[in-house]
Write a protein that binds this ligand. Structure first.
Ligand code: ASP
Length: 349
């Protein structure tokens, strides 16, 4: 009898800890260590990126800058609306990334870069910080919003990553919108491919031989229940070949979320982000080394990765609602929103 009672108490305690019903207001008094987060946990927080790279004010037209700021703001508004109305971080991340995928300015969905063969092959991933469930698609060519397919893999399959035709069949079976691959064509990305090929042949000289402009999109969010989620979507790298897959669909590298630590989405030279398992490394420093989010994120991006020669950045939010957006490139399209705060930025300060 006593044994059954203690078992029940244990069960109830576990349930209370995992409960997705607990709001941030209730949970902060239970487990907010003063030294890490003396401030009040915001009811919600959502952070995005639209890629990092050689993004310089001198090289940016006013028109493009305005359009990008507008798109970033529109995405933040969509995500914030979900969270404000009591929606989950999962729903907010999906809705936000869909806006960015549908905008031709970013290298994801409409606006994705071209492979060497002149195709658009898209990758995306999604992670639920509450359950650690994860989903990803790689090398897909006809799914309008790959982030939705990644979430479907997470929720509706027994797997974590599906690739190419198989992923496309699965997405169709799930009732997701399938488009003609032509849908992803944009003049600007086509020209970028031609330029990359000419550079490869040495027929034109680039002022910057590693002129990478990563335009991947990503989002991380904390909802009022204390649940974290993150997602990333990309066209990969211009002129990629041999069915190259980058970090964006790789859980732990391009995307990671864990309710005990943080939710992170990466952008940059994918090969480095995979080698250094960037998103998970930040979480691990917090979990095992007790480092604050900003410090862990800075260390990985501005020290480990930079010293190795890996260009890029991450955006993310921790379980206390602290946002970090470090990058080691000239710029990164980025922004975040909390109940009384909104920030959108492009260049280094
Ligand atoms: N990380 C992406 C990749 O390597 C590129 C990007 O961030 O734009 O595929």
């Amino acid at each position: 009898m006593i044994r059954n009672l203690s078992l029940m108490i244990l069960l109830l305690t576990m349930l209370a800890c995992n409960s997705s019903e607990t709001t941030n207001e209730e949970s902060k008094s239970q487990d907010t260590p003063e030294e890490q987060s003396p401030q009040k946990i915001p009811r919600y927080a959502l952070v995005i990126h639209g890629g990092a790279g050689t993004i310089q004010k001198e090289l940016m037209s006013e028109e493009k800058e305005t359009a990008i700021l507008k798109a970033l703001n529109a995405a933040l508004t969509v995500g914030e609306t979900v969270l404000k109305n009591g929606g989950t971080s999962m729903d907010a991340v999906e809705a936000t990334i869909m806006v960015l995928e549908d905008t031709p300015y970013f290298n994801a969905g409409k606006g994705a870069v071209f492979t060497n063969e002149g195709k658009n092959e898209l990758d995306a991933s999604f992670m639920d910080g509450r359950t650690q469930n994860s989903g990803a698609v790689a090398g897909v060519t006809n799914i309008k919003n790959p982030i939705r397919a990644a979430r479907a893999v997470l929720e509706k399959s027994d797997h974590v990553m599906l690739a190419r035709e198989g992923a496309e069949i699965f997405a169709k079976e799930q009732g997701l919108e399938i488009v003609d691959p032509e849908y992803f064509y944009t003049e600007r990305r086509w020209e970028a491919l031609q330029k990359a090929k000419q550079q490869e042949l040495g027929s034109i000289l680039s002022e910057n031989p590693i002129d990478y402009k990563f335009g991947t999109v990503g989002c991380a969010a904390l909802d009022q229940f204390g649940n974290l989620a993150a997602g990333t979507s990309t066209g990969g790298m211009t002129n990629k070949r041999y069915a190259r897959i980058g970090d964006s669909p790789v859980i732990g590298a391009g995307t990671y979320a864990n309710n005990n630590t943080c939710a992170v989405s990466s952008t940059g030279h994918g090969e480095y982000f995979i080698r250094y398992v960037v998103a998970h490394d930040i979480s691990a420093m917090m979990e095992y080394g007790n480092k604050p989010f900003q410090e862990a994120a800075d260390l990985v991006i501005n020290k480990k990765l930079k010293e190795a020669g890996g260009n890029g950045g991450i955006i993310g939010v921790d379980k206390y609602g602290n946002v970090a957006m470090p990058f080691n490139t000239a710029g990164m399209y980025r922004g975040y929103v909390k109940p009384d705060e909104r920030v959108v930025k492009i260049y280094k300060e």
